[in-house]
Design a protein around this ligand. Sequence first.
Ligand SMILES: NC(=O)c1ccc[n+]([C@@H]2O[C@H](COP(=O)([O-])OP(=O)(O)OC[C@H]3O[C@@H](n4cnc5c(N)ncnc54)[C@H](OP(=O)(O)O)[C@@H]3O)[C@@H](O)[C@H]2O)c1
Length: 275
Amino acid sequence: MESKPTVAVITGASSGIGEGVAWRLARKPGTRLVLVARREDRLRELARRLPCETTWIAADLTEPDAPGRLLAHVQEHHPPINLLVNNAGAAWRASFGDGGYENVRRTMEINFDAVLRVTETFLPMLRSTAPSSIVNIASTAGRISRPGAGAYSASKYALIGWNDSLHLEELPNGVHVGLVLPGFIKTEGFPADELTAKFATRWMVSDVSKAAEAVYETAILGKAERYVPRPYALIAVMKILAPGLVRKILSGGAGKAMTTKTGADAAEQAEKTRT
Ligand SMILES: NC(=O)c1ccc[n+]([C@@H]2O[C@H](COP(=O)([O-])OP(=O)(O)OC[C@H]3O[C@@H](n4cnc5c(N)ncnc54)[C@H](OP(=O)(O)O)[C@@H]3O)[C@@H](O)[C@H]2O)c1
């Protein structure tokens, strides 16, 4: 993937990690990008500023016709893609007792179902352009579950399970399937305010550029799995080697460090606050 021009679809490119990935990929000569998210104004503005050939398509990826619309857009405006970055995602914090199945359903719909539907749509194209890549943005929450984040963790655990299988299945087809597991990255949807507010926990929060670099290493340099920042890999090890200790630490309230908003929801709330 390193030597050939990249033609990529990036979902969730209107903010945060997805936007960072667009900027990182744009530095690679010959890159062409397709930006996807619901907020068209954001995508248009980003496409205007990026130093590479870029188009955008506004789509709610939970809508039944979204994957087909993305495919039609690529077929009309670009050569076949050789990279799909499944980044769009959201979290609504609630205990199961409060949020119930409905909160799990809406979280799975965007973080899991939409990823599979988009991937299924582009897989034949990605096989035809092999060597090609798919990068799935999971989370360290797909390795450990915190209170109030069960729906989010369930969606990311599921994503990782599917990713690991797809990685092996697509090896013979030349489609590299890589996984990125961010810890806390300060973004619109995941502001991590409670962690950045305290000196003792500030170090736990990383930035978008590091996540974007991890996506680049996975997509272009062929890494199979990358934690961001890297030491978060210890969490997965501790979960296996010392599950009791991990439970003890997490029951101390670490689950409160997560927000309830997606990018659009955050914007909507900010709008409501202003008016
Ligand atoms: N930041 C962290 O701490 C962290 C940690 C672990 C994993 N992650 C994962 O990283 C990914 C990116 O998150 P982020 O931190 O960059 O948050 P973000 O700034 O809120 O970005 C989320 C992106 O997903 C898009 N999106 C959400 N729902 C969508 C839908 N129904 N259809 C289409 N696009 C949708 C949003 O765009 P629109 O609102 O314009 O549609 C936005 O571009 C997510 O998968 C998240 O789970 C983040």
